[in-house]
Design a protein around this ligand. Structure first.
Ligand SMILES: Cc1ncc(COP(=O)(O)O)c(C=O)c1O
Length: 372
């Protein structure tokens, strides 16, 4: 059976190496994983408590509309319930938006080194991926993105994806640049502007403008949110789409009716209002980032200041070799050669113990792997 060239050439999304696999391969008992931008605190205790009663109901299908969760999101995030869609992680929403709004041969537009899922989902749907270069400081060049759209009308670009902050760079686009972008592209009826806001709760830069707060002013602005980061629910698989009603109408037609299971729905309701947990998640990340800035400076390793729960730093060495040296010491980080960065590593912020262990392992690695 033949498959299309797009599927043949598809490089699947590379996930962080699992802890158990690393333990087996390297004969280790303790392994620290700072490779998937997960929340080191574990899920909110309120979420864990809330799902207990529902475990015994798993012979039933979940509520296909996610009614309670949608109502809670509407209340907490101050968005109309009619403008909220739910997904099996925001990754599923990315996939569905491309399938809904792009035909084979159409294109999506994003930046170089933007979150890789856009590319994987587009290619799987036989949709082309167009990109623009990053700026020198690894921020997304929004002006270049808008220019590209206007200069290439024949490319049939249907969706523009802007991860803000971006993964793996941890950078944001500035408020002024964002406004100019919206002035040029907002309210068009031939292109959707999707702001992927997986990490906004960790942003400290005052120059940040959150699309979740302004998307309602535009007919073509969509926002992706995830429960995998500040809410600590990566394993539950829960994402949300904030969008105009007409988008939701198509979205709810196409999605699997039971795409979000009951446990995720119930845990999501509890996590949304666990303000103590949310504050603790932010604090642990901010303290950890400040610690990494200090320690990476001490080790002479340049880094990119981060607005997310991870940091991208320059090992000045081949990052695949660095990866192996760290694995042997029981530390899983993420090399990002697939984004075109040969010497950079992405490190998620862990707890104090994990962060200290990571720095010790990195320091040791510096003596084992030669500089490029
Ligand atoms: C920018 C960005 N968007 C979306 C996601 C996907 O999150 P989810 O777990 O909701 O699928 C990630 C995950 O790392 C991400 O970095």
């Amino acid at each position: 059976m033949k498959v299309s060239a797009e599927i043949l050439n598809l490089v699947p999304y590379k996930t962080g190496k699992p802890i158990s696999e690393t333990q087996r391969e390297y004969g280790l008992t303790e392994v620290i994983k700072l490779a998937s931008n997960e929340n080191t605190l574990g899920p909110s205790p309120k979420a864990i408590e809330a799902i207990q009663d529902f475990i015994a109901h798993q012979h039933r299908y979940p509520d296909p509309s996610g009614y309670e969760l949608v109502q809670k999101i509407s209340e907490v995030w101050d968005v109309p319930a009619t403008q909220i869609g739910l997904g099996n992680g925001s990754n599923e929403i990315i996939d569905l938006l491309i399938r809904i709004f792009c035909e084979p041969g159409d294109a999506i537009l994003t930046s170089n080194a933007a979150f890789v899922a856009y590319q994987v989902c587009a290619q799987a749907a036989r949709v082309k991926v167009r990109t623009t270069p990053l700026k020198k400081d690894l921020t997304i060049d929004l002006k270049a993105v808008a220019d590209h759209f206007f200069h290439h009308p024949t490319q049939k670009i249907k969706i523009i994806f802007i991860p803000n902050p971006n993964n793996p760079t941890g950078t944001i686009v500035g408020g002024e640049e964002l406004e100019e972008f919206l002035t040029r592209l907002g309210n068009r009826d031939d292109v959707l502007l999707v702001f992927d806001e997986a990490y906004t709760e960790f942003v400290r830069d005052p120059n940040f403008k959150e699309a979740a707060k302004f998307y309602k002013n535009y007919s073509n602005v969509l926002v992706l949110k995830t429960f995998s980061k500040v809410y600590g629910m990566a394993g539950f698989r829960l994402g949300a789409l904030l969008a105009p009603e007409y988008v939701l109408e198509y979205y709810n037609r196409v999605r699997n009716p039971f795409n979000v299971n009951d446990l995720a729905q119930v845990a999501g309701v509890a996590a949304l209002t666990d303000h103590e947990y949310i504050k603790a998640s932010q604090k642990i990340v901010w303290d950890g980032l400040d610690y990494f800035y200090k320690e990476l400076s001490r080790l002479g390793l340049p880094y990119y200041p981060s607005q997310a729960n991870f940091i991208l730093f320059d090992t000045k060495r081949n990052s695949e070799k660095v990866h192996v040296s760290l694995l042997k010491q029981g530390l899983i980080l993420r090399p990002v050669q697939n984004y075109g960065f040969k010497t950079l590593m992405r490190m998620t912020v862990g707890n104090e113990y994990e962060n200290k262990k990571a720095i010790v392992a990195i320091e040791k690695m510096l003596t084992e792997v030669g500089e490029i």
